[in-house]
Design a protein around this ligand. Structure first.
Ligand code: SF4
Length: 500
């Protein structure tokens, strides 16, 4: 437990101390970093300007990616030199690497001030205080969740799109994955708390939400409702003001027909599915301890496409899992050919210490993995390009995420099926704000994005208005009533702020 101490003011001399949060890894970590920023804002710190050396540097780490520890210790080494010049600099390490390596971090990098785990992000401000006060490193790692992270203050990075956690942890035991060891068993958030957060986001002008969990479609396992995820999709889709609902990631083993029906029948649920395949070989799926087989995976895709013909389906694939033969790899190539993914995130298997696969004795040589990886990427690029070319001449509604500039001449956003679209800016047209929606026609296709150089119409949205308010706020002008921070934190109703 965090020891109670008199809190010191987060000040350095006469000025407020600044912070920077550096994020590695998945969307879960990106959203966790929004919470870390919210906590630090709430504690009175301010975010450092880009390029300035912050007084507090927080690393939100990932243990999944290759060389995660080399990268972390490399970054910490660079900061050691800064700390020699500026002894009041505080360095905190959180996230999955911290959960995994805990005491090792302060042994290898004794200039680190705070180490905190994935279950106790809320302790960060208190640990920084305590480290300053006691003049010694504070390491606090909990083995299970302290408080559901979504109850913590959150400083959102976007005025149009928001992540919403529905569960944390995972009950599966995939042999390549460190997540269950670091994030624990699945904990589901109550539906009422999730809806309250979505409503609060909508009230702030957010029009797109992505429901987040390691395994979203097993949502409800904790309170024994097998239909909970489908019900949740319908309920979130019915929240006034929410126009786009997405989710990531579902597990093929738990993917049920009621979820497909909810996707097809809820207009706000977007025609898109990201579902990890990992391997197209049933033998390798078994070794990975993934409990579905490729026939089931392809069957789900058929059902989704029957119900939602224009759905874009994306996936994750690991190449070179221990024991993968050329025949196994060919099975993956076959499934990829049949599945016609609009995009695949392909990874070369590499040993992750602490996972069961790390000690399997039939590791595939690096050069073999590399060669297979290149063949897979070439095949998938060809398919994605082919699928994208089919969209030339079709109409798209693009939620603008970057308004671009005269130099590049294009703004960028996401179609309803989540494809990236670059839209030519018409200098004579009204200005478009991030969060507005432009309707246009696809004129060109590339493997990873679409181009729309046609005329467009603009729909000004509440998200665009929220962007205007955030700009007015950052200029110190008076903003409308909905622009200020939301009320105090309460269960499921985080304090929401957005950054411009
Ligand atoms: S489903 Fe498998 S890969 Fe996904 S978080 Fe759980 S254990 Fe990891």
């Amino acid at each position: 437990m965090t020891e109670a101490i008199a809190l010191t003011e987060p000040e350095a001399g006469n000025r407020t101390r600044t912070y920077e949060v550096k994020t590695y890894g998945c969307q879960m970590n990106v959203h966790d970093s929004e919470r870390l920023s919210g906590l630090l804002d709430d504690a009175g710190y301010v975010r450092a300007d880009a390029g300035d050396q912050a007084d507090i540097v927080v690393f939100n780490t990932c243990a999944v990616r290759e060389n995660a520890d080399n990268r972390l210790y490399g970054n910490l080494g660079r900061l050691a030199q800064v700390k020699e010049q500026r002894p009041d600099l505080q360095i905190a390490v959180g996230g999955c690497m911290a959960q995994k390596d805990r005491d090792t971090i302060v042994k290898r990098a004794p200039w680190v001030d705070v180490v905190f785990g994935t279950h106790n992000m809320g302790s960060l401000p208190a640990l920084l205080d305590r480290a300053r006060h006691n003049k010694e490193a504070q390491v606090e790692i909990l083995e299970s969740l302290d408080v559901f992270p979504s109850t913590l203050p959150t400083t959102r990075e976007s005025t149009h799109s928001g992540w919403v956690s529905i569960s944390v942890g995972c009950n599966n035991t995939c042999t390549f994955c460190i997540v269950p060891a670091l994030r624990g068993k699945e904990k589901d958030r109550r539906p009422g708390d999730i809806l309250a957060e979505v409503e609060a986001l909508a009230a702030d002008g957010i029009t797109e939400v992505t429901l987040l969990g390691q395994n979203v479609n097993s949502y409800g396992v904790e309170f024994r409702d097998r239909g909970a995820f489908a019900k949740l999709l319908r309920a979130v889709g019915a929240v006034e003001g929410i126009e786009r609902v997405r989710f990531t990631s579902p597990h093929p083993a738990a993917f049920s027909d009621d979820v497909i029906a909810a996707m097809a029948e809820t207009p706000a649920v977007m025609p898109q599915l990201h579902m990890p395949l990992q391997s197209g070989s049933d033998r390798i799926l078994k070794a990975m301890r993934r409990s579905y087989r490729t026939s089931r995976f392809l069957n789900i895709l058929d059902k989704v496409r029957d119900a939602i013909p224009h759905a874009a389906i994306t996936t994750d694939i690991i190449v070179g899992f221990p024991g993968e033969t050329e025949e196994d790899f060919q099975a993956t190539m076959d499934v990829v050919s049949r599945a016609r993914f609009s995009q695949a995130f392909t990874f070369q298997y590499s040993i992750r210490p602490g996972t069961p696969a790390a000690t399997m004795d039939n590791q595939v040589p690096k050069e073999v993995v590399q060669e297979r990886f290149e063949r897979l990427v070439a095949l998938q690029d060809e398919i994605a390009w082919d699928e994208n070319r089919k969209l030339i001449g079709t109409d798209v509604n693009v939620l603008v995420t970057k308004t671009g500039d005269a130099e590049h001449g294009r703004m960028t956003g996401r179609a309803e099926d989540n494809r990236l679209v670059h839209v030519r800016i018409d200098p004579a047209a009204q200005d478009v704000r991030p969060g507005d929606v432009v309707s246009t026609t696809v004129t060109e296709a590339k493997p990873y994005f679409l181009i729309a150089d046609a005329a467009y119409t603009i729909r000004r949205t509440r998200s665009g208005d929220a962007w205007d308010r955030s700009q007015a706020d950052s200029c110190g002008a008076t903003a409308g009533p909905a622009a200020g921070p939301a009320g105090p934190t309460s269960l499921g109703m985080p304090t929401i702020r957005t950054r411009s």
